[in-house]
Ligand binder design. Structure first.
Ligand SMILES: [Zn+2]
Length: 372
């Protein structure tokens, strides 16, 4: 890397994939559509490649020796927090406008045997238009032990139905009815860990239901992600203290909410809407916590591991890292990286320095080169 060379890799042969303005504004921001209720916080400011802009700025482009490639954990924020809502419950539908008014991108794990509920499909289609993620929570919400399905809570399961059917028919319903380009994550019904295996063949990640936080280094099984599951009458203060713990430790925290009150449909672990939105607003108000969907944060987290694991090759003084995106990885995702100096390039194009302290690397490109 100390061998100096020209910019032979920077010949402008190909257009940089998935860069520039193509993605800018492609996804609406939660809160933009005036879903009802007032939010006291301004909309989250998004960068040109779909990641929110972190605090800070006016960081000079590094001018030292080329080297020391490093990925900024959680897109340059101190921590990440995702809010997930399971089952497609009537109380989520009833309180959707208040959730939307927080401006926080959310993940709704829907169980599609509940699609007959009032406003079910219409609400989740609106959620996609509002920039939220709809995730897979299977068709009938059954226990799965790795062999058989049992104890389903929604609809009636045919005897011939397999776990693959349970997952794939839910994905088909989401893809057919909600206008989402793909389905990238699922949540295991009851948190049953055996869902991890079929999830691994289909998705970027699967959320379980056990307690824990996720570190940037990737030791957590992405097909059995931990969470903080709200208990009966949980409070905004407790959600806030969980957020504080994640923020202090530089971790990713996933909240799991079941029933939201007031409601006449109390399914499980009811929490008042003011406590839910209070917890969400608290996270946003920190300013240095990335509030993102599970698909968005997981893509960043997995992408960071891919780049960290890539063995660099050096040719003519230029260092190249290459990676292959795994199955279920969403398109159009980016990583934020920094170096001590030199020029980073993808597909022959030099990357632009962002004064918030990073270059944005297109994961779809599959390779990154550092030119001294
Ligand atoms: Zn569930």
């Amino acid at each position: 890397m100390t061998v100096r060379s020209g910019f032979s890799m920077l010949i402008l042969v190909f257009a940089l994939p998935a860069c520039g303005t193509a993605n800018k504004g492609a996804r609406p921001l939660p809160g933009d559509t005036g879903g009802g209720g007032a939010t006291t916080l301004p909309p989250i400011v998004m960068g040109q490649h779909g990641l929110p802009v972190p605090p800070g700025g006016a960081v000079a482009k590094p001018a030292g020796t080329a080297g020391n490639l490093a990925v900024l954990s959680w897109a340059g924020f101190k921590a990440a927090v995702s809010w997930t809502f399971d089952d497609g419950q009537p109380s989520h539908i009833a309180h959707y406008a208040e959730l939307q008014a927080t401006g926080v991108p959310m993940t709704f794990y829907v169980t599609t045997a509940n699609a007959g509920l009032a406003d079910f499909d219409a609400t989740w289609a609106q959620a996609v238009r509002d920039g939220h993620e709809i995730g897979n929570h299977t068709v009938h919400h059954c226990h799965y032990d790795g062999t058989s399905l049992s104890g389903c809570t929604s609809g009636s399961l045919a005897a011939t139905t397999t776990v693959e059917d349970e997952i794939d028919q839910c994905t088909t319903h989401i893809a057919s009815n909600y206008g989402q380009a793909g389905v990238w994550t699922m949540a295991a019904p009851f948190g049953d860990s055996a869902y991890g295996k079929p999830a691994a063949a289909r998705f970027l990640a699967n959320r379980g239901a056990y307690t824990g936080l996720i570190a940037p280094d990737g030791n957590t099984d992405r097909f059995n992600l931990p969470c903080y599951m709200a208990v009966d009458n949980d409070t905004a203060a407790r959600f806030g203290s969980q957020t504080d713990i994640a923020r202090a430790g530089g971790k990713w925290l996933i909240f799991l909410i079941h029933t939201i009150t007031p409601t006449s449909d109390n399914w499980y672990a009811p929490v008042d809407i003011a406590d839910v939105t209070g917890g969400m607003t608290y996270g946003r108000s920190q300013g240095d916590v990335w509030m993102g969907t599970v698909a968005d944060v997981a893509a960043y987290w997995v992408g960071q591991q891919l780049l960290a694991a890539a063995a660099p090759t050096v040719t003519g003084g230029e260092t190249t890292w290459a990676w292959t995106l795994p199955a279920g990885f969403p398109p159009g995702k980016y990583l934020r990286v920094k170096v001590d100096g030199g020029t980073l390039a993808q597909a022959g194009w030099p990357l632009e320095w962002d004064e918030h302290g990073y270059y944005e690397v297109a994961l779809d490109a599959g390779a990154l080169t550092l030119v001294p």
